[in-house]
Design a protein. Structure first.
Length: 122
């Protein structure tokens, strides 16, 4: 069992919500005994994720970046070192307000992300 995982060892891909994503931890990956998943994602300058929802709860931790978070009918600014809780089944997206800097964030999904639990609207 590996106790250390390097972000550089996690393959980057474009997720269903149109973010650049690297899945770091998932219970189906490397036989880990977890109920949650942990991913690293980026949203390029002046871009936004697709509006989507998950059956699971999510937590975003913004590492660097500034944006506008939309959850249901609420919206608010987010920035470096902010943490955002997204309740299960909430329609949501994040918009990068910068024209120079990407939003880089960690995302915890609990229970772990499953494709069949995600609905993308755009």
């Amino acid at each position: 069992m590996e106790y250390k995982i390097s972000l550089n060892d996690c393959k980057e891909f474009i997720a269903g919500d149109n973010t650049f994503l690297r899945e770091i931890l998932h219970p189906n990956k490397k036989d880990l005994k977890l109920r949650y998943s942990l991913a690293w994602f980026t949203v390029p300058p002046n871009k936004k994720t697709f509006r989507h929802s998950l059956k699971s709860s999510e937590i975003y931790y913004i590492i660097p970046g500034n944006g506008r978070m939309h959850i249901g009918d609420k919206e608010f600014d987010v920035g470096t070192n902010d943490t955002v809780y997204i309740p299960p089944n909430s329609t949501q997206y994040i918009q990068n307000k910068s024209d120079r800097e990407s939003i880089i964030a960690l995302c915890i999904v609990d229970p772990a992300w499953k494709k069949e639990d995600e609905t993308v609207y755009e």
